[in-house]
Design a protein around this ligand. Sequence first.
Ligand SMILES: Nc1ncnc2c1ncn2[C@@H]1O[C@H](COP(=O)(O)OP(=O)(O)OP(=O)(O)O)[C@@H](O)[C@H]1O
Ligand SMILES: [Mg+2]
Length: 242
Amino acid sequence: MTHSQGQVCSQPMDETATELRKVLVLNPKGGSGKTTLATNLAAWYALEGLQPALLDLDPQGSSLRWLGKRTGEQPGVHALKGFELPSNVTRSFALRPPPGTHRLIVDTPAGLPREQLREVTRDAGRILIPVLPSDIDIHAVTRCIADLLLVARVPRDSGRIGIVANRVKANTLVYRALMRFLATLEIPVVGVLRDTQNYVRAFEQGCGIHELRGGTQARDVEHWESIVWWVETGEVAALDLG
Ligand SMILES: Nc1ncnc2c1ncn2[C@@H]1O[C@H](COP(=O)(O)OP(=O)(O)OP(=O)(O)O)[C@@H](O)[C@H]1O
Ligand SMILES: [Mg+2]
């Protein structure tokens, strides 16, 4: 797959593609890449011409901070603040994406209580789980997935859960250990993102990695195509860290 605007989203586009779909980014472990995934996905859809809304449920407000850095010239992403809600409106009203939204991307906080899992996963067509290649993170994701299956009752074979191995350094033992472990979970690994400062730069500029100019992100853009492809079609692309 090579990226050109409209390709990844428009290829599988049928009349239902412009219906509202919710994509949840989840991992109760801090720093695993939730905000990185949520912001890059939102930016991707904006450039593809599918109207995204980004709901930030994390009181740290990192996704909203990223949105605040976007200029009026960049394709729009609608902001939804999911914390410190005003008392004069209902929660469901405050969190409702505006009419015309095609993709609702939800960034969740670290330490999300298990009791809230059922609520946040409701109506989520896809649930993306970023995982770092470290022993601590591998252990934490096992629990996260067990909670998804048992507490939120998302069936393992529903095709709704996809794992993204994040901050990966190719040819390292810990990366291989992560991939071996993920293979045992019977949950698809739908993307692999390398460890690169491009993500830090993109965040600072309020853009997605594919919008960075004159950089070294071509490979990263290809890695993103796999993720968007899975979100849109449910098909897992062959992963190549290059
Ligand atoms: N693939 C990557 N390469 C390099 N840096 C990355 C990558 N992914 C994330 N980071 C950096 O790691 C840090 C944590 O990422 P991020 O904020 O996305 O995690 P998070 O899961 O949202 O954290 P929190 O649980 O605190 O909300 C950030 O500084 C981010 O820029
Ligand atoms: Mg975050």
